[in-house]
Design a protein around this ligand. Structure first.
Ligand code: PMP
Length: 428
């Protein structure tokens, strides 16, 4: 395929935007080459500036669960836009989407809308600290909760107890309050709690990790976390920015039948517009301003266009609950097909999958945490990525990402993808 115009546009962008992109992973740094510039998208397909059609397995990193330019969502946004795009005053639609979200998600009474997943997670942690009166948090190596300072803590050999910043600009003062644990390792979490008695406000986790590939929680790991939190007066925060309204109507809480204390949302809840949200029971949410002292605000929060897109999206999902099974079936079909052709071509690999999240790792050991995810062969991944791109299949340009399956994918698209993997496998 030819990507001349994309390359030229990237060169222009680089002169006025740092690295040519407004979010780093878009820049193809991990896989090399020049990023694709999108012109438009419809259903399961992206159309780039060079006129190529690509089957999309990123789907805006999750939100486009029903496909691009999904008509009910687009129409809702157009209708709203004609009536004014922002007021900074209450609107009825905010209550409507809040009512719907509260009815779909277990164990929440109130929800506050923000503008991104980062804001949702950052605010959830502040609320947890305000509610418990404690400062420290536990996060898991390889989990991503947005780019707020407390979360930009790298996993390293010395990171068992105290974190250290992995981004310049994050102060040691902030980093020392973020403790790092190994995903799927309950002993490790238990040790951290023991070593920091009565100091931990919350544990924040992606209930299915999607930022180191797709990593499911092992057996009763989430139950054990819930129990530890209960025993030590720690709030359990589920970051459902990826899993919310994707794995089930009620997200991972519903799928695994576990209640979190605070739940964070992003991606699907905004139907592709910039929306995040966090939610909890009244007892916790009532600590938030203006009811309580924990401050959190936003000029564009609850923006009418964003709420219209989100409401249209949630309505579709709420009224068509079979979507979640259908998505899981399509993902299982893809899993089976890819595994078959990779096996036939003797390519060492592991595939992880939960619902409509799936990732392919080029290592034979099980991928259960950041350490095992990092062992995957990155050179193989790069060849795999560029090979698929050349065949018209667009997956995330990094091995540390999940693929997001959209309902707009037909079985023909899935067969096309499996055939593309077969072609590429011969070059690996
Ligand atoms: N949490 C999770 C689990 C995420 O995957 C992301 C983004 N990929 C975020 C939080 C941050 O969301 P945003 O990029 O909208 O700030």
């Amino acid at each position: 395929m030819n990507y001349k115009r994309s390359s030229a546009l990237f060169a222009q962008a680089e002169t006025v935007i740092p690295g040519g992109v407004n979010s780093p992973v878009r820049a193809f740094k991990a896989v090399g080459g020049s990023p694709i510039f999108v012109k438009e998208a419809k259903g399961a397909y992206l159309y780039d500036e060079d006129g190529n059609r690509l089957i999309d397995y990123i789907n805006s990193w999750g939100p486009m669960i029903l496909g691009h330019a999904y008509e009910p969502v687009v129409n809702a946004v157009i209708d709203k836009a004609k009536k004014g795009t922002s007021f900074g005053m209450p609107t009825e639609i905010e209550t409507k989407i809040a009512q719907l979200a509260v009815s779909m998600v277990p164990n929440i009474d109130k929800i506050r809308f923000v503008n991104s997943g980062t804001e949702a997670c950052m605010s959830a942690v502040r609320l947890a600290r305000g509610y418990t009166g404690k400062d420290k948090i536990i996060k898991f190596a390889g989990c991503y909760h947005g780019h707020s300072d407390s979360f930009l803590i790298q996993a390293g050999s010395g990171a068992v107890t105290f974190g250290s910043p992995n981004s310049p600009g994050v102060t040691q003062g902030t980093a020392k309050d973020t403790l790092l644990a190994r995903y799927n390792d309950i002993e490790n979490v238990s040790e951290l709690i023991e070593a920091n008695k009565n100091e931990i406000a919350c544990i924040i986790i992606e209930p299915v990790a999607g930022n180191m590939g797709c990593i499911p929680p092992k057996g009763d790991f989430l139950v054990a976390l819930r129990n530890l939190c209960d025993a030590h007066n720690i709030l359990l925060i589920f970051d459902e920015v990826m899993t919310g309204f994707r794995l089930a109507k009620g997200g991972a809480q519903e799928l695994f039948n576990i209640n979190a204390d605070i739940v964070c949302f992003g991606k699907v809840i905004g139907g592709g517009l910039p929306v995040g949200a966090f939610a909890a029971r009244n007892e916790i949410m009532n600590h938030l301003a203006p009811l309580g002292p924990v401050y959190q605000a936003g000029t564009l929060s609850g923006n009418p266009l964003a709420m219209a897109a989100g409401l249209a999206m949630l309505n579709e999902l709420n009224n068509n609950a079979e979507i979640f099974n259908r998505l899981a079936e399509k993902t299982a079909y893809l899993h089976k097909g890819i595994a078959k052709v990779l096996n036939e071509n003797n390519i060492t690999h592991t595939i992880n999958r939960v619902g409509s999240m799936i990732s392919v790792h080029f290592d034979k050991a099980k991928v259960v945490d950041f350490e095992t995810a990092a062992k995957g062969n990155n050179d193989t991944f790069k060849t795999f990525f560029h090979g698929l791109l050349n065949e018209g299949v667009y997956i995330a340009p990094s091995a540390f990402e999940t693929w997001f399956i959209t309902d707009a994918l037909s079985y023909e698209d899935l067969d096309f993808t499996i055939a593309a993997v077969n072609t590429v496998a011969k070059t690996l």
